[in-house]
Design a protein around this ligand. Sequence first.
Ligand code: APR
Length: 230
Amino acid sequence: MNIVILTGAGVSAESGLQTFRGADGLWEGHRVEDVATPDAFGRNPELVQRFYNERRARLLDGTVHPNPAHLALARLEREYPGQVLLITQNIDDLHDRAGSKNLLHLHGELLKCRCVVCAHTGEVRTDLTARSICPECDSTGTLRPDIVWFGEMPYHLDEISAALQRADLFVSIGTSGSVYPAAGFVAMAARNQASTLELNLEATSREFRDRRMGPASEVVPLWVAEVLGK
Ligand code: APR
């Protein structure tokens, strides 16, 4: 069986990273349009860099670790005899740290940067500022987080669309399904006769054939054990 899994902020919530759509509609105190759009970066690059610098520092402060949900998904990939593709909307590296390899970051990565002049991409573990210098073209202040902002094209869409056509089972974990194209993956998979399963604290859509409600750190390891027959 071919399994395609989509994860969102809910899978990292129990690692201590905030989800996007909290009760106040703000992301860490900011309106999304003020920090996660190319316009915002053009208008106020300092604010946008500071915002992502804070997120990056939090990710690396030594207290944020993969939780049992990340670890179970890595185990599934290792031990399952069929294909497992993990697509994440998360910009954190917790699936990577847990050991997932067949992993696509749909919305980019907080620990990568990209030069807006020469398109060089590289790792970044410290702050990006107006004084940061691109190691490839030597331009100053041109490095931005390699994150897909609203209005930009998500990564790996061709590969994902091909995988969804081959999928026998599509599983969505900890995502509100409010951002396209990811929100449309369940319909694409179902059109190709895949079974569909949602794992979340609450049901987000009627499009899934099956659902298990509960915290990711509990329901994901249980589901993985079931699939592995253990
Ligand atoms: N276990 C399981 N699910 C959880 C948990 C948990 N412990 N905590 C929260 N959730 C669920 C919520 O019920 C919600 O459905 O996780 C989901 C989080 O939704 P969002 O905050 O909207 O995050 P996400 O779906 O990943 O957002 C998608 O939007 O802002 C953009 O680019 C950003 O990648 C992000 C995209």
